[in-house]
Design a protein around this ligand. Structure first.
Ligand SMILES: [Fe+2]
Length: 755
């Protein structure tokens, strides 16, 4: 496992742990979302068919208009209950706490007592922290079949989502009105099953409670049959409709302020207190009340969800989003099925948040790490490029070169070099790239996941390739980087080798020119080569004596090149003058004196450095101004020309001529010494004489010859490679490989640093 994978895994575990903690704690903002998902799930569960057994009798606006303001006479309530006599039970959700006219109170109490199925309501008021139980008048309370309180408890968002079946007061545990009604109907005593108050037993039913001891009330859009209070009083409704029904009597007029907001996904709705009690009763008796999973299980689910999100982040974008989408939809569906069919409420919000948050954060981190890796690869490319050039001269073929440097691609070791040199006819058809484009093939060679063939020679025409294969775990950016590196190395290698061929051609061409000159003037044959060697010896000694700096290699090379071609202008001198054996006339000598200018004119078109062509032009100038063609004095003559002037005279005098025997080295040196400060630069003369005086001249010459050969190759190569280099850049700019690294690496190539 590499560092990137380790850090991403560590980040995934940390995120999953945080999600787990949130899943266990169920913080309020998350819990509100959890409630919304609960509302949606619960609204989709079927309504018990027993809802048909419920009937609401509500005192609405019409009743108040006809019966007057509250409170109504107790006889009125007694008359209403009389019409409801055939019902199974009557939940009388109207509190009659105060005594009125004793006869009327007695009438109501007698009716309730006679019916034996009336459950009357009370209420607990809390003032200054002290509970006060508000009961109906004693006669009514005593006559009722059951008694319950109408207190409600709002949920975290202000909605009546849960119902408290028991309330602990200073008078002990008191059941709610719906629970009292349910107990009456089931002829049982409701009780809490365990000390943690997570379950209530009602007859044969076991009712799950929430963590706060509430029953989740089931709401639906199915209307409960309801009648207007006053319509029943006036006989508009047959008593038969109430036969064996569960009747809930309450107030629904706006002035009574007995209204509550309850959930109705995706929002809420307002219902009367009587309807709330009716739906609570329905829930208690017949609904499938969901059991919520424990916080610990919810926490584990969050951990798993976060890890799933993290895993998705490692996939390719399209696949990742697809998997993520399928996971979310299947999770929601599975959780919903559990809710509807198994009545298990599994926390959904936090696991979904865990998946999404984990996915997004890991994607972001992965993106950041990829960029970091990209930088690492960029830095590595510098070293790879440097190493490559060290290897270029060693191998004739790019395939050998690539094999040699392959181990240097440390970051890319997961990618196998299947074949460093493969011809088109040996390549399986699917690997052959289309014109001017690269393609990644699946499956790759040798059972690998992917493969790519990179053209490495002659662009896309010559059809020679490097074949790579790699596994799925390799980043796409990595293979693109590697492709760019291989491609740019191939271009560099081939360009370099092509340049070397051109260098050979130029050297042969120059040699051919010298051969032609020697053939034309055999007397001075080899003069230019010897002069350039002597000049180089002088320069080397000047470096040793620190008269010129060692790192001034450009100057040395340019002077050497100038010395090599210093007499090339003689090609423009007529044979009759150049080859004349006798003494030259003044006119003929003037013609000869034109050869520096002729040579200068020829070679400046070849793009030689200024130092080199100054040697051509000034090698017959003299230190005291008596030379030609321009009569320059002292240091107005270029340094190179002053060096070559000494070497030129030495070689000319020591060589045999048809009309004289060549001077000895000693005699020539004496002459040169005599011209110190007049014809020649005194410093250069001193160095030259010291050079000649050295006992180990032969060894020095041998060393300098090696140095000469090496540096000369470089100079010729540089001149020619300027155009090749830019051609190479033009070629690269046309490639379809979109990689900034590719061009960046090519621009980093500096011939002088590596050759
Ligand atoms: Fe000359």
């Amino acid at each position: 496992m590499n560092r990137t994978k380790f850090f991403l895994l560590l980040a995934a575990v940390i995120i999953a742990t945080i999600c787990t903690i949130f899943g266990k704690m169920r913080p309020l903002p998350i819990e509100r979302i959890e409630r919304w998902t609960f509302d949606w799930h619960y609204s989709k569960t079927p309504e018990p068919k027993e809802i048909e057994n419920l009937v609401l009798v509500l005192a609405g606006e019409p009743s108040f208009e006809q019966l007057g303001a509250w409170p109504w006479q107790r006889q009125t309530h007694a008359r209403l209950l009389g019409w409801l006599g055939y019902s199974k039970s009557i939940m009388f959700d109207i509190i009659v706490p105060e005594k009125t006219i004793p006869s009327q109170d007695s009438v109501l109490a007698n009716v309730i007592k006679t019916l034996e199925n009336v459950i009357v309501a009370g209420h607990v008021s809390t003032h200054a922290g002290v509970d006060q139980l508000i009961l109906p008048i004693k006669e009514v309370y005593d006559a009722a079949a059951e008694f319950g309180i109408t207190n409600v408890n709002k949920d975290i968002d202000g909605l009546l989502r849960g119902h408290i079946p028991f309330r602990l007061t200073s008078s002990g545990h008191i059941v709610s009105l719906p629970v009292a009604n349910a107990a009456f109907l089931t002829n049982s005593i409701p009780r809490i099953l365990d000390s943690k108050q997570k379950q209530m037993v009602l007859g044969s039913r076991s009712i799950p409670l929430s963590d706060s001891g509430e029953v989740w009330v089931h709401y639906s859009n199915t209307e409960i049959t309801q009648y207007e209070y006053v319509d029943i009083l006036k006989g508009k409704i047959s008593p038969e409709v109430f036969k064996d029904k569960i009747v809930i009597v309450g107030v629904s007029a706006s002035g009574a302020s007995d209204f509550y907001s309850v959930p109705q996904f995706p929002g809420s709705k307002v219902i009367s207190g009587a309807e709330y009690n009716a739906r609570t009763l329905l829930t208690l008796l017949w609904s499938d009340i969901p059991v919520r999973i424990s916080p610990w299980i919810a926490a584990i689910l969050c951990f798993i969800a976060a890890m799933v999100g993290a895993a998705c982040s490692r996939l390719k974008p399209v696949l990742a989003l697809t998997v993520l989408g399928v996971t979310l939809v299947s999770t929601i569906s599975l959780f919903h099925l559990c809710f509807v069919h198994l009545a298990i409420w599994i926390d959904l919000a936090m696991p979904i948040i865990s998946i999404i948050v984990s996915f997004i954060i890991l994607q972001g981190l992965h993106f950041a790490f990829v960029h970091r890796d990209w930088e690492i690869q960029s830095r590595s490319l510098d070293s790879i490029t440097a190493i490559d050039i060290q290897y270029v001269n060693r191998y004739k073929d790019f395939s050998e070169y690539l094999k040699a440097i392959w181990e240097k691609f440390g970051l890319l070791k997961q990618i196998q070099l299947v074949n460093a040199r493969i011809k088109e006819e040996q390549l399986e058809p699917q690997f052959i790239p289309e014109s001017n484009s690269l393609k990644i093939i699946k499956p790759g060679p040798n059972g690998m996941r992917y493969g790519v063939a990179i053209p490495t020679k002659g662009g896309f025409e010559k059809r020679e390739f490097v074949l790579l294969g790699w596994n799925e775990s390799v980043e796409e950016s990595t293979i693109k980087t590697l492709t760019a590196v291989v491609l740019s190395n191939a271009w560099f290698f081939n360009s370099y080798k092509e340049a070397a061929k051109r260098k050979d051609v130029l050297l042969k061409t120059i040699n051919a020119i010298f051969l032609a000159l020697d053939f034309r003037d055999p007397i001075t044959g080899g003069h230019s080569t010897r002069v350039s060697s002597i000049a180089l010896e002088i320069l080397k000694l000047m470096i040793d004596k620190r008269i010129i700096l060692e790192n001034n290699s450009d100057l040395v090379e340019d002077i050497y090149l100038g010395a090599l071609v210093h007499d090339v202008g003689k090609i423009g001198i007529p044979d009759t003058i150049l080859l004349k054996e006798g003494k030259l006339t003044k006119e003929e000598f003037d013609t000869i004196k034109a050869h520096p200018q002729i040579g200068f004119d020829i070679m400046k078109t070849a793009g030689l450095p200024e130092t080199s062509i100054n040697v051509l032009l000034q090698h017959h100038e003299r230190y005291n101004g008596t030379g030609y063609p321009n009569g320059l004095i002292g240091e107005d003559i270029s340094f190179g020309a002053r060096v070559v002037a000494v070497a030129d005279v030495y070689d000319a005098l020591t060589c045999d001529r048809p009309y004289r025997k060549g001077w000895t080295s000693k005699k020539t040196c004496e002459l040169i010494e005599s011209l110190r400060g007049t014809d020649f630069d005194p410093v250069i003369v001193d160095v030259f004489l010291e050079l000649k005086a050295m006992q180990n001249t032969a060894k020095v010459l041998q060393n300098l010859t090696n140095f000469t050969s090496f540096r000369f190759d470089y100079r010729i190569l540089l001149i020619l490679n300027i155009s090749i280099y830019f051609n190479c850049l033009n070629l690269i700019s046309k490639t379809t490989v979109k990689s900034g690294i590719l061009n960046a690496s090519l621009h980093k190539w500096d011939f002088s640093d590596h050759i």
